[in-house]
Design a protein around this ligand. Structure first.
Ligand code: NAD
Length: 290
């Protein structure tokens, strides 16, 4: 039988995304051979072994990447710079390094300088997730039917890109290659702004007077519950996303604020037609999204 596409894989960070990828790799012997996990949390390492997600688990990432053909960074964005510096000297020539970070320009800025010559860096971002975290939250079908965006810098070895494409194909994803700045602007509107608004609404409700606050929970089915589901997402991950996609997010907040102010004005002056026109337009657009 032919050797697997990646004889040895190291996954660093075994949370929702890392453990889901580990499950994909484990399920397909033609995709991955040995799987080494690394997580700074000893509890996560122990759990990963209990779940059978890796052959070995290390708290030292440098040990984990030695000899690996594919290294996957699946840690919060803010951890990528230090991690890349720690593993850079231990990456094997010809290895492929990839990541799953939700912001691409900042990760490339932080990681690329640490990648030695002869190692191929292919940044990626699966557009899939839940509001849960940790190794128990992961599942192999997380990426099925979802997009994965790859943002390889110009000049990246096409064979390395093709191997990462194949990884995501086996995970069931559809793949798009994009320029990192474009990725960050698209995600600012499709993902980062919605999370920011959800966090804000929960904050607004929390600051209400007691007698109103208790009613929020009781009557949450009226919109609050559905709308704010994503506000239960991991705070560290989201802190890092906003700090690292600052410009694109500030630009979209500016536009959103203008639109919100226009709505505020229409409500204040009783502009029924303006409101109905806007809601009809947005309803039609929303219905076009499955
Ligand atoms: P998570 O909180 O579930 O897991 C992160 C794991 O990384 C934890 O086990 C933590 O112990 C470990 N970790 C943190 N710092 C580390 C370090 N310096 N060295 C080693 N291990 C470290 O997070 P997640 O939801 O899996 O997110 C991971 C990455 O995936 C983030 O960069 C995020 O932007 C990206 N992402 C998340 C989602 C999502 O919906 N959750 C979707 C797409 C991409």
């Amino acid at each position: 039988t032919a050797p697997p596409l990646f004889p040895r894989v190291a996954v660093i960070g075994l949370g929702l995304i890392g453990s889901s990828l580990a499950r994909v790799l484990r399920a397909d012997p033609t995709l991955a051979g040995e799987l080494v996990a690394a997580d700074r949390s000893a509890a996560v390492c122990a759990r990963v072994l209990e779940l059978g997600l890796a052959d070995r688990a290390e708290t030292d990432p440098a040990c984990a990447v030695a000899g690996a053909d594919l290294v996957i960074l699946a840690v919060p964005i803010g951890a990528c710079a230090d991690l890349a510096a720690a593993i850079g000297p231990h990456l094997k020539p010809g290895a492929i390094l990839t990541d799953v970070g939700s912001v691409k320009q900042a990760v490339i800025r932080d990681v690329a300088p640490q990648v030695p010559d002869g190692v191929h860096f292919v940044p990626g971002h699966p557009i899939a997730g839940t509001e849960h975290s940790g190794p128990d939250a992961g599942f192999a079908d997380l990426f099925r039917g979802r997009w994965c965006i790859l943002t390889p810098p110009p000049g990246t070895d096409p064979a390395a890109v093709e191997k990462v494409v194949e990884l995501w194909r086996r995970a069931g994803s559809m793949i798009e290659v994009m320029e990192p700045g474009h990725h960050d602007r698209v995600l600012a509107i499709t993902s980062h702004l919605p999370h920011l608004i959800a966090y804000t609404i929960v904050g607004t409700a929390t600051d209400l007077e007691e007698h109103l606050k208790s009613e929020v929970i009781r009557f949450s089915a009226s919109g609050f519950r559905d709308f704010t589901r994503i506000a239960a997402s991991d705070p560290v991950m989201w802190r890092d996303i906003f700090l690292n996609n600052r410009e694109a997010v500030l630009e979209i907040i500016q536009r959103f604020t203008e639109d919100l102010t226009a709505l505020q004005r229409a409500i204040r002056w009783g502009e029924a037609e303006t409101l109905e026109h806007l809601f009809t337009r947005t309803r039609d657009i929303r219905r076009g999204i499955i």
